[in-house]
Ligand binder design. Structure first.
Ligand code: DAH
Length: 336
């Protein structure tokens, strides 16, 4: 038995590894509950008295050697980690810079353009009520124009819905402010348009609202022309009569894109014209709904889908790309 302890002592002293699993196996083999050391301590009582002293000394020496070895290997382990990773006090590798989502890039561009002519940004909730999304905008219950916006309602309360357009922010802002008012309301809107796999039930709009004394249709046209010139570098626009319940008269704005390339033919369907937004003069009924004197004040409003503008600006072919979060697409906007 004493010889066996000597052999083990040599084995312990010679043991060397940086493998964590092997170190743990070594610890269990010697120091574990059913390990070699406990086994020897158990056997101690059966050792003849005259050998007890030497036996005791040897197993204590073995125990010390085992603990020393474990300390040594553990320290070596942590120092090898620090040497593997180099100087831990050095600054880290620079994180790669991300890029803004094209929708936000274009939203910010549009905001900058209108800011330069005095517009400020206003905000409103995405979960709206019927009053702000429809009724106060001159779209009372059963108005057929509600059908143009396939709406998500909350089953337990038909008064609550996901806003279908950013025009609801007009109402919220006018409730709390008297003219002059000049705001932009960008944000997400929701429509149940999953009928086509190309469309998505979430998209983005940006709304404009300007109310003051003597605001005319000419002001509206001029502001929009300024906008298309700044954003697209194109100043030729036309306004086609249209219908929105909250504006009278209402118009759809087309910008003349030109027919200089095959893409131009494709995206304009051979006409050279592209529709970019809806607009009009605020219907006096809307002003009355929010207690603004419709005799004294007039104003204009416009609303456009941001996705469409992004697709035109960057010639993107598929609207679904905006929501896939594919970094290969997003990375292309790093330098924009
Ligand atoms: N809210 C309209 C829509 O979502 C867009 C719109 C048209 C907004 C004309 C306006 C406007 O402010 O004057 O289809």
């Amino acid at each position: 038995m004493l010889e066996k302890i000597d052999e083990l002592l040599v084995e312990v002293v010679d043991f060397n590894t940086s493998d964590k699993e092997k170190i743990e196996q070594f610890r269990i083999r010697f120091n574990g509950k059913k390990g070699i050391l406990n086994d020897f301590f158990e056997k101690f009582k059966d050792v003849p008295n005259e050998q007890k002293k030497e036996f005791g000394q040897k197993i204590n020496a073995l125990k010390q050697a085992v603990n020393l070895k474990l300390d040594e290997l553990k320290n070596a382990d942590s120092s090898s980690i620090s040497s593997e990773k180099g100087d831990l006090t050095k600054p880290g590798f620079p994180l790669e810079l991300g890029s803004r989502h094209p929708i936000n890039l274009v939203k910010n561009k549009i905001i900058d353009i209108f800011k330069s002519i005095g517009f400020a940004v206003a905000d409103g909730p995405e979960i709206e009520d019927d009053l702000h999304n429809f009724t106060a905008l001159n779209l009372p219950e059963y108005h057929p124009a509600r059908d143009m916006q396939d709406t998500f309602y909350i089953e337990t309360n038909p008064d609550i819905l996901l806003r279908t357009h950013t025009s609801s922010v007009q109402i919220r802002y006018m409730e709390n402010h008297q003219p002059p008012i000049r705001i932009l309301a960008p944000g997400r809107v929701f429509r149940n348009e999953a009928i086509s796999s190309r469309s998505h039930c979430i998209f983005h709009q940006i709304e404009g609202l300007y109310i003051d004394e003597n605001v005319s249709f000419a002001d509206l046209k001029q502001s929009i022309q300024f906008f298309t010139t700044e954003l697209f570098g194109k100043s030729k626009i036309r306004m086609r009569p249209s219908y929105f319940p909250f504006t009278e008269p209402s118009a759809e704005v087309d910008v003349y894109w030109g027919l200089n390339s095959e893409t131009d033919y494709k995206i304009t369907k051979g006409t050279g014209w592209l529709e970019i937004m809806g607009c009009g003069m605020i219907d006096p009924a809307v002003l009355q709904n929010v207690n603004i004197d419709a005799e004294k004040y007039s104003g204009y409003a416009f609303g456009m889908g941001i996705e469409r503008i992004v697709m035109l600006l960057y010639q993107m072919g598929d609207i679904r790309m905006f929501f896939e979060n594919d970094v290969r697409m997003l990375e292309q906007f790093k330098t924009v």
